[in-house]
Design a protein around this ligand. Structure first.
Ligand code: PMP
Length: 323
């Protein structure tokens, strides 16, 4: 599939035509992976396009920039509004949103400080990340021979593009071996996460997911699944997971902005549970899409309606908490 172009890209405060949204090959980010970013989804709802958990994503973006000592030339309120303006300018009902904060063009040496901190925001149409039928049929995954980045090498709490060198190795190995996804273990051999998803196990009425110390990204869908799980009366635990617990789980699923809540039907060719979407995964998916598709009240304030947000005045409407 070729890239589905949108009309405009927001670059350093201006909306520029898609084809003109370019950067110089001498930009620091090209050479040293010096950028942090977000992946956010905007859903079509009966009340128009709505961005899911915008404030939590924005907070994580600024957190990633802080870890990498980037002085972002825009406030959180300004970037939040810029995201909404970009979706509105592209007249999209549903899209994937990608804000990127990166070290630009000035000098080339590992030291990034002389380079400007630049920002762009792209939006584009993106369907189901792991395939159209993945949400129902589930996917086949493998445990990767690549470990997830060690905690004292690169910070996994930062959504830095550099982390995705590791993620690409995990993903490519899975793909060439015929799997949809790879699950990486942390450097101690405990389950960490998929190349771009957090992983959950279901054992009876308990949801289990690896803790942040297992080198996982603090996923916003992960947080959403934990919250919805509690509301469904499940017990939820963040704890270290041995590899073999994956095989013995009743159900396993991935969470991610792109992957949403995707069942995993086999790992390393070992069937998980019944080999199809399990009842707890299905209940969680339903609770998730009920919020997104506005079938239940949005009691957490997870949706930001693009039309309501209007032109560049709305500012940070709801709470800025990541919870
Ligand atoms: N882990 C990694 C490495 C990811 O890239 C992603 C996708 N952003 C996730 C987990 C899931 O995070 P979220 O639910 O915030 O999209």
């Amino acid at each position: 599939m070729t890239f589905p172009k949108s009309d405009v890209v927001w670059m350093n405060g201006k909306l520029v035509p898609w084809d003109d949204a370019t950067i110089h090959v001498g930009s620091h980010v090209i050479h040293y992976g010096s950028s942090v970013f977000e992946g956010i989804r905007c859903y079509a709802t009966p009340m128009g396009p709505a961005v899911f958990r915008l404030d939590a994503h924005n907070e994580r973006l600024f957190g990633s920039a802080k870890i990498y000592r980037m002085d972002v030339p825009y406030s959180e309120t300004e970037l939040r509004q810029a995201i909404l303006d970009t979706v509105a300018a592209n007249k999209q009902d549903a899209c994937y949103i990608r804000p990127v904060i990166y070290r630009g063009y000035e000098q080339l040496g590992v030291n990034p400080f002389p380079c400007p901190v630049d920002v762009f925001i792209m939006t584009w149409d993106w369907g189901r990340y792991l395939g159209e039928d993945a949400l129902e049929a589930g996917v086949d995954a493998c445990v990767s021979t690549w470990n997830r980045i060690a905690p004292n090498t690169m910070p996994s709490m930062a959504k830095s593009s550099a982390n995705y060198a590791n993620a690409q190795l995990v993903k490519m190995e899975a793909v060439v071996s015929g799997y949809a996804e790879g699950i990486a273990l942390d450097v101690e051999g405990h389950v960490s996460e998929g190349s771009a998803q957090n992983v959950f196990l279901v054992k009876k009425d308990t949801l289990i997911t690896p803790p942040l110390v297992s080198s996982v990204l603090p996923g916003i869908t992960r947080d959403t699944a934990l919250e919805l799980g509690r509301k469904l009366g499940l017990s939820v635990r963040e704890e270290r997971v041995p590899r073999e617990a994956l095989y013995l789980a009743d159900e396993v699923f991935f969470t991610g902005t792109a992957a949403e809540i995707t069942p995993v039907r086999s790992i390393d060719k070992i069937t998980i549970g019944s080999g199809k979407r399990g009842p707890v995964t299905e209940r969680l998916q339903k609770a998730f899409f009920d919020v997104i598709e506005c079938r239940v009240p949005d009691e957490h304030g997870w949706l930001t309606f693009v039309r309501e947000a209007g032109a560049a005045t709305a500012g940070a409407a709801r709470s800025t908490s990541a919870g």
